[in-house]
Design a protein around this ligand. Structure first.
Ligand code: FE2
Length: 376
């Protein structure tokens, strides 16, 4: 016991160089930000928050900021070809560019990570307006994805300098989405440990869970995954790589269509997954189907759960457990035409990590979709 405590203390001290307060926002580069914002408002229940574009003096792009509880998305599109945003979309399709992390000090976050080997995306810069100041800095991670460090303790404005409040007459009700639970990256063959090392050494994260290809394989395809978590557990980044199977790994399909490494899914927390998923479905969000056989011995596998089995079965919600409790989760189909980014909706009931039991059911469901696309 004492040894465990000592290890915990040592681990905490080790992570002190990059204290993270959670996810600040997720920014997507998309082909049409105006329409994407409408989609996320309509289907997922976000509200309009802020806007930047030609009307606010930004000449090369338009960005729409939408929010639901503590969940903030930024949807950005280029106004002309021949720039980094346009090239990103040409190469990857719509996808996640920025995983922005909220910090107390964006300058020290940049210094501490770059001195440990992070490649700088941009140096700390201070943005100011009448509402105060925001300090931003950025580093590269896998593929063309970047982490921004956002220091907003001296800012009272609606989002950040350069943005104006976006008032809309269209304000659909929310769907109970609360905050980002975790964001998963897909990386290339034999690259998982490279990025695990990056998160350990450069960002002070710890590997809290490992799934090897025996845990995550079906009859046809396989992948490996390691879950990286920061010190306080607010930020979790699982990393997947493809593994050899009889047929093509779903991670490989992603890498093919995204044209490289990138964010596979963003998992969003809710306090009532049955209500949230019922509403999302009624608004047109499509989820993976789970065969009813999954539910036959579910209670034997996970023990008592508070929820009725019937709605879980009807919606296709998966249940799994770790040492501390259980969790309910469901996965959407890709939200663009390329089989790349999708969303997970998750409700935690005690479990802080992930279970191994759901992977097979999930990946068999994914494979059925992959097969329907002719990519298995
Ligand atoms: Fe997930």
């Amino acid at each position: 016991m004492e040894t465990l405590l000592a290890t915990d203390v040592a681990a905490k001290q080790q992570t002190d160089f990059l204290p993270l307060q959670g996810t600040d926002y997720v920014e997507f580069y998309v082909g049409n930000a105006k329409q994407a914002a409408h989609f996320y408002k309509t289907a997922f229940g976000f509200q309009s928050l802020a806007y930047a574009g030609p009307e606010t003096g930004v000449r090369d792009r338009a960005s729409y900021v939408i929010r639901q509880n503590k969940l903030t998305f930024v949807l950005t599109t280029p106004l002309r070809p021949g720039n980094a945003i346009a090239d990103h979309i040409y190469k990857h399709g719509d996808g996640v560019k920025v995983l922005a992390l909220k910090v107390e000090n964006a300058t020290s976050a940049w210094e501490e990570t770059t001195k440990r080997g992070a490649k700088s995306y941009f140096e700390p810069e201070t943005l100011k307006d009448g509402e105060g100041e925001v300090v931003l800095s950025g580093i590269h991670t896998y593929g063309d994805t970047v982490h921004l460090f956002v220091e907003r303790k001296n800012y009272n404005g609606v989002f950040m300098p350069g943005f104006k409040k976006w008032e809309s007459t269209y304000n659909p009700t929310d769907t109970g989405l609360l905050y980002v639970d975790h964001c998963v990256g897909n990386v290339g063959w034999n690259q998982m440990d490279v990025w695990v090392k990056f998160y350990e050494e450069v960002m002070g994260f710890r590997n809290i869970l490992t799934f090897d290809d025996n845990d995550i394989s079906t009859e046809y395809s396989a992948l490996m995954s390691k879950v990286m978590s920061n010190g306080n557990g607010f930020v979790k980044f699982p990393i997947n790589e493809p593994a050899e199977g009889k047929k093509k790994s779903q991670v490989e399909e992603y890498l093919d269509f995204y044209n490289g490494e990138g964010v596979q899914h963003v998992a969003i927390a809710t306090n009532n997954i049955i209500e949230t998923v019922t509403t999302l479905q009624s608004r047109g969000v499509e989820f993976l189907k789970i065969p009813s056989s999954y539910y036959v011995d579910l209670i034997d596998r996970v023990g008592h759960i508070d929820e009725d089995l019937e709605p879980l079965k009807e919606l296709g919600i998966l249940v799994d457990k770790d040492d501390e409790g259980y969790l309910l989760q469901i996965f959407s189909k890709p939200i663009e035409d390329r089989p790349t980014l999708f969303f997970e909706i998750i409700q935690r009931k005690g479990a802080k990590s992930f279970g191994k039991g759901n992977f097979k059911a999930l990946f068999e469901a994914l494979e059925r979709e992959q097969d329907a696309r002719g990519n298995l």
